[in-house]
Design a binder for this molecule. Structure first.
Ligand code: ADP
Length: 492
């Protein structure tokens, strides 16, 4: 058994804060490996030590394997926590960390390769007898061959980058006339975004729910699951609202999907926290992919089970966590998470950057806030626009929805626009309230930008005063919008 005295964090924002808190509770020091752009952030202020590993562009800092390893070694860490996004699912990084004599807090490089690669994972799933979305994952990447396979599957068909992730690198082919053009452009984009032109095809399920299982492999290699989450509320294949447990599963489905999740994670010799994602349609479930890392939405599982997944990850990496079914039992109540994005909901979600003014997260029972920035920090255009997560817990799903709406209405974020008004609309929608939403919920009901509400005179005065105060501080521009099409990662 090892005992870490200092852990390096190869990440930023709210997840870096989350990891620092878990380390603090375990009596472990931290070294934050950050870019030049992240000096104004909570994680920077909270870490025991900070090391700048490069300039703002991710390729030169957060995605630079050698810079992260050098930083972790220079910072005197024994282990590296990769968080989510960035290098967290990069087997080469895990391998380089281990080779440098450090411990990678996550699964082995072999597990990442076999489960994290979408095509390998499907091969493994076939061996385990798991249901897959009908499709083609073969080596033959000739466009004429792919078109033939797409015809066999039957339109609509999704073409996906084999090395893709975060909801990017996917195209929907609705009819054979557009197949060639879309496959060719998917191959080109896959090459430029993910470094490999390889694509695969899947039948498009047009009324599916996204259901995922939190799996966990303890220090002895024993794999269990910590129940399910539903993440059907998505925009452009990226999650916005997640909940635990899913309102859509019967006991029998939950049992069968949980068994399937454990079967594939066991085959992949999984260690630590991972997620097995499924699509559920007409009572049938299909494996989508395995995410070999902590998930953005892990807090909802923590809330309904009363566990700390990040601490469990660290203890497992130390060889110190053995699952005890008496400690982690049935779920209790319901938990919902909303991702707060710095974007303008009244302008179709264009990212909003600038100096953060007054920020207030209203305290109360069953409310939890995960955020990376405080008043006076600057939201830059370099990274994912998710600036915070609001998580609530209550006895029932309907009470959790009610609580979330109240909490969002009482939350205050000045300086940048956020998607809070949009989230409130979604949470109040009949289909969400009934729990019948599919992954097409947002495109069906919320394809248009929200209408900006008329502010009352008092509200206008408060807003004007806040802006004046910010400008008076002379720190930076207030709420500068940038291109909505910049390529951000999202740790989906
Ligand atoms: P990524 O790794 O980029 O997140 P996933 O394969 O996990 O990609 O899919 C992300 C989302 O895209 C899913 O949750 C679902 O909404 C949608 N999606 C993916 N594959 C299909 C499919 N075959 N049919 C319908 N929707 C799909």
């Amino acid at each position: 058994m090892k005992k870490f005295s200092r852990i390096a964090i190869a990440n930023r924002g709210e997840v870096a804060v989350r990891i620092i808190k878990a380390c603090e509770e375990l009596g472990i020091e931290t070294v934050l490996l950050h870019s030049e752009a992240d000096i104004q952030s909570r994680a920077y202020r909270m870490a025991t030590k900070t090391i700048c590993i490069g300039p703002a562009p991710t390729a030169e800092s957060y995605l630079n394997i050698q810079a992260n390893i050098d930083g972790a070694l220079a910072g005197g860490a024994q282990a590296v926590h990769p968080g989510f996004g960035f290098l967290s699912e990069n087997a080469d990084f895990a391998e380089a960390v281990n080779k440098a004599g450090l411990t990678f807090i996550g699964p082995s490089p072999e597990s990442i390769r076999s489960l994290g690669d979408k095509v390998h994972c499907k091969e493994l799933a076939k061996q385990a007898g798991l249901p897959l979305v009908p499709g083609y994952q073969g080596e033959n990447q000739d466009v004429a061959h792919l078109i033939k396979e797409a015809e066999k599957i039957g339109y609509p068909v999704i073409v996906k980058a084999a090395a893709g992730g975060g909801g990017r690198g996917m195209k929907l082919i609705k009819a054979s006339a557009e197949a060639r053009e879309l496959i060719e452009s998917a191959q080109r984009e896959a090459q430029s975004a993910f470094g490999s032109p390889k694509v695969f095809l899947e039948k498009y399920l047009d009324r599916a729910k996204h259901i995922e299982f939190q799996v966990f492999g303890d220090s002895t290699g024993h794999v269990v699951h910590f129940y399910d989450r539903e993440c059907s509320v998505q925009r452009r294949h990226q999650k916005i609202i997640e909940e635990a447990t899913s309102p859509s599963l019967t006991d029998d489905l939950r049992r069968r999907m949980g068994e399937a999740a454990c079967a594939i994670a066991t085959l992949g010799k999984y260690k630590g926290a991972g997620t097995v994602e499924f699509l559920l349609q007409d009572g049938e479930f299909y494996l989508l992919e395995v995410n070999t890392r902590l998930q953005v939405e892990h807090p909802v599982t923590e809330e309904v089970l009363g566990v700390d997944l990040v601490k469990m990850q660290i203890l497992t990496a130390q060889g110190d966590y053995v699952h005890d079914p008496k400690q982690v039992r049935a779920t209790r109540g319901h938990s919902i998470e909303c991702r707060i994005y710095a974007e303008n909901p009244f302008m179709g979600g264009v990212p909003s950057t600038g100096l953060l003014g007054h920020v207030e997260w209203p305290e109360g029972p069953g409310r939890r806030y995960e955020y990376g920035f405080d008043e006076g920090d600057t939201i830059t255009p370099f990274y994912d626009p998710m600036i915070a997560k609001v998580i609530v817990w209550d006895e029932t799903r309907s009470r959790a929805i009610q609580k979330m709406i109240r909490v969002l209405k009482d939350s205050v974020v000045f300086g940048v626009h956020t998607n809070i008004p949009y989230l409130i609309e979604i949470l109040s929608h009949k289909e969400f309230v009934n729990g019948t939403m599919t992954t097409r919920f947002i495109e069906t009901y919320f394809s248009e930008a929200l209408k900006e509400p008329e502010l009352s005179e008092v509200e206008k005065q408060i807003a004007a005063q806040a802006v004046l105060q910010l400008k008076g501080s002379g720190k930076s521009e207030v709420g500068t919008a940038t291109s909505p099409f910049a390529s951000y990662w999202r740790g989906v």
